[in-house]
Design a protein around this ligand. Structure first.
Ligand SMILES: [Mg+2]
Length: 231
């Protein structure tokens, strides 16, 4: 089998956080900026930094330049991490059907690297997945810390996965597993395969319209292992 790097999205894909992430961003904005009313947009498929940046720009404040805006993003994300742990502690996070099986199968194979490809900043992903005891299973990833945009962070994850397999990245099959059109687009942008799962906000028809490599209602589908690992 071709060496394979799996990059799993977090929210809507591995788990449902029942809005804990959104509530944490809203509380962070209230604490740091006195309002959450600027957060009128859907967070789906957006990286943490893109969400915070959009919120900050919607405040109508002027920033001296990109450096000052970046500084304020960091400060807001620090508040976010503080309240995220509290939100997650009060929320029943659920692992989606088929994910445990996929993780088990990936870990049993020498030629598969099991990683994350998520817009979450790494500590946020750790809080969310750690609450259901699965963060430690992903020994590397591409995170929101790597880039505000999805394709570069997916590429960062792909490189780390290839390093883990000790194989040049050109020889690896990269597979992005996600629940939004942005995951599929990100995968295509880096030349990766994509598996879309309709466990988030998008139904199977919407995901199929993006022409992923494969699309399933959930990863519990009997055809999912072949899509993940090939034949
Ligand atoms: Mg997602």
């Amino acid at each position: 089998m071709q060496p394979t790097v799996l990059l799993f999205d977090v929210d809507g894909t591995l788990v449902t956080t029942c809005g804990a992430g959104r509530r944490a961003v809203e509380r962070a904005f209230e604490l740091r900026h006195g309002t959450k009313d600027v957060l009128t947009f859907s967070f789906g498929g957006m990286t943490d930094k893109a969400i915070v940046r959009s919120g900050l720009l919607a405040l109508g404040r002027t920033f001296a330049g990109e450096a000052e805006l970046a500084q304020e993003m960091e400060a807001t994300l620090a508040f976010y991490l503080e309240v995220l742990a509290d939100e997650v502690a009060h929320t029943r996070i659920r692992i989606h059907d088929g994910m445990e099986r996929a993780m088990d199968m990936a870990e049993a194979r020498q030629d598969v690297a099991l990683g994350l490809g998520t817009g979450n900043i790494r500590k946020g992903a750790e809080i969310k997945l750690g609450s259901v005891g699965i963060y430690h299973r992903f020994t590397f990833g591409g995170f929101g810390d790597d880039s505000i945009e999805r394709p570069p962070l997916l590429m960062a994850g792909a490189r780390r996965g290839a390093d883990k397999l000790r194989v040049p990245i050109e020889e690896c099959r990269i597979v992005v597993i996600g629940d939004t059109p942005k995951d599929v687009a990100g995968a295509k942008a880096i030349g990766a395969d994509s598996i879309a799962v309709a466990t988030g906000m998008h139904d199977i028809a919407e995901l199929e319209a993006c022409e992923p490599t494969a699309a399933f209602v959930s990863l519990a589908d009997e055809k999912a292992p072949a899509a993940l690992f090939g034949r």
